[in-house]
Design a protein around this ligand. Structure first.
Ligand SMILES: NC(=O)c1ccc[n+]([C@@H]2O[C@H](COP(=O)([O-])OP(=O)(O)OC[C@H]3O[C@@H](n4cnc5c(N)ncnc54)[C@H](O)[C@@H]3O)[C@@H](O)[C@H]2O)c1
Length: 277
C-alpha cells in the first residue's frame, strides 16, 4: 500500500497528546536493562521523575538488588533479574513486565553493557567472546523480544540502545568494546529500517567519558587511562550521567517523534578529534 508522505501515517511517530509533563512521558511503561549500573540508576530516576512507570532489570537477584533499589526509592516489585545473554531470561523478563504493567512496554532501553581492557595483541579470546555476547547478543535479544511483542499486539513502541563515542573512535585497549558498540549501532539502524513501517522507532545514545560506572572505575584504577582521558574531552570535564539520561528521555519522548535510526552523540566533544596523544 502506498503511504501518504505528506499527511503522514498516524501510526508512525506522531505526537501523543494524552501524555502530559514536559517530556510527554507520564504513564509511559519503560523497561531499562543495566538499571543498577552507574548510568542506569540515573536513567531510571530520570524516567520516574518524568512520570514514567519503570521496570528495572539487571543481573543480580532481587534480594541482592534490594539495597540499591531501596536507596533509589524503587520497590522490589519494580525489579526483575535477567541475564540479557539468555533468550529464556529475556522472554521471562517481558512476561513479568507485561504482568507488572498490565500490558506491553512502550519504551525499551537496551542499556546494559560491559567493557574489557587489553591491548589487541593480548586480548584473550574468551574475554572477546564474553564481551560480544553481552553487548551485541544481549542488545539483540532484548530489542527483538520487544519488537516481536509490539508487532503481535499491533502496538508500536520505542527502542533505545546505548552505544558509545568509541563506536567510531579507536581508543587504546578497548578495541572489541568499540567494535561491539559499532555493531549495536548497526543493529539499531536495521531495527529502525525494518520496523519503521510498523510504527516502531529505534535510536541510540552514544555517551562519552562518564564520571560513573565503567569509565569511572577505570579512571579510579588505571593512571594511564586517567591521564589519557583528562586530555580527551574538549568540554574539559567528565560527563554526568544526567546528560546521558536527558538524551534517553528525549529519544523516548514525543519530542523526537520524527527520529529513527539516529545516534545522539553526547560526549563533550570527545569524538571531534584525537586529543589523547
Ligand atoms: N561509563 C561510561 O563512560 C560509558 C560511556 C559510553 C557508553 N557506556 C555504556 O553505558 C552502559 C552502562 O554503563 P555504565 O558505565 O553504567 O557501567 P556499569 O558497569 O556501571 O553498568 C552496566 C550494567 O550492566 C549490567 N550487566 C552486565 N552484564 C549483564 C548481563 N549479561 N545481563 C544483564 N545486565 C548485565 C551490569 O550488572 C551493570 O549493572 C553500557 O552499555 C556502557 O557500554 C558507558
Amino acid at each position: 500500500m502506498e503511504r501518504d508522505l505528506v499527511q503522514g501515517d498516524p501510526e508512525v511517530g506522531m505526537e501523543v497528546a494524552s501524555h502530559e509533563g514536559p517530556w510527554g512521558l507520564t504513564g509511559r511503561r519503560v523497561i531499562l536493562t543495566g538499571a543498577l549500573g552507574g548510568i542506569g540508576q540515573t536513567i531510571a530516576a530520570a524516567f520516574r521523575g518524568a512520570g514514567a512507570n519503570v521496570l528495572l532489570t539487571d543481573l543480580p537477584d532481587a534480594s541482592t538488588a534490594g539495597e540499591s533499589l531501596a536507596v533509589s526509592g524503587f520497590a522490589r516489585s519494580a525489579y526483575v533479574a535477567c541475564d540479557i545473554t539468555s533468550a529464556g531470561d529475556v522472554r521471562t523478563l517481558f512476561d513479568r513486565a507485561a504482568e507488572f504493567f498490565g500490558g506491553p512496554a512502550d519504551i525499551v532501553c537496551a542499556h546494559a553493557g560491559v567493557v574489557g581492557s587489553h591491548p589487541l595483541t593480548e586480548y584473550p579470546v574468551d574475554a572477546f567472546d564474553d564481551l560480544m555476547t553481552v553487548n551485541l547478543r544481549g542488545s539483540f535479544l532484548v530489542a527483538s523480544e520487544a519488537a516481536r511483542r509490539w508487532l503481535a499486539a499491533e502496538a508500536p513502541g520505542v527502542l533505545i540502545f546505548t552505544t558509545s563515542w568509541v563506536q567510531d573512535v579507536p581508543w587504546p585497549e578497548i578495541g572489541p568494546y568499540s567494535a561491539s558498540k559499532a555493531a549495536v549501532r548497526s543493529l539499531m539502524r536495521t531495527f529502525a529500517r525494518e520496523l519503521a513501517p510498523r510504527g516502531v522507532r529505534s535510536n541510540a545514545v552514544a555517551p562519552g567519558i562518564v564520571g560513573v560506572g565503567m569509565a569511572r572505575r577505570q579512571w579510579d584504577s588505571d593512571p594511564a587511562y586517567r591521564s589519557r582521558a583528562q586530555r580527551a574531552i574538549p568540554l574539559g570535564r567528565l560527563q554526568t550521567p544526567e546528560s546521558v539520561a536527558n538524551a534517553v528521555l528525549f529519544l523516548a519522548s514525543p519530542l523526537s517523534a520524527y527520529m529513527t535510526g539516529a545516534t545522539l552523540l553526547v560526549d563533550g566533544g570527545a569524538s571531534l578529534y584525537p586529543m589523547d596523544e
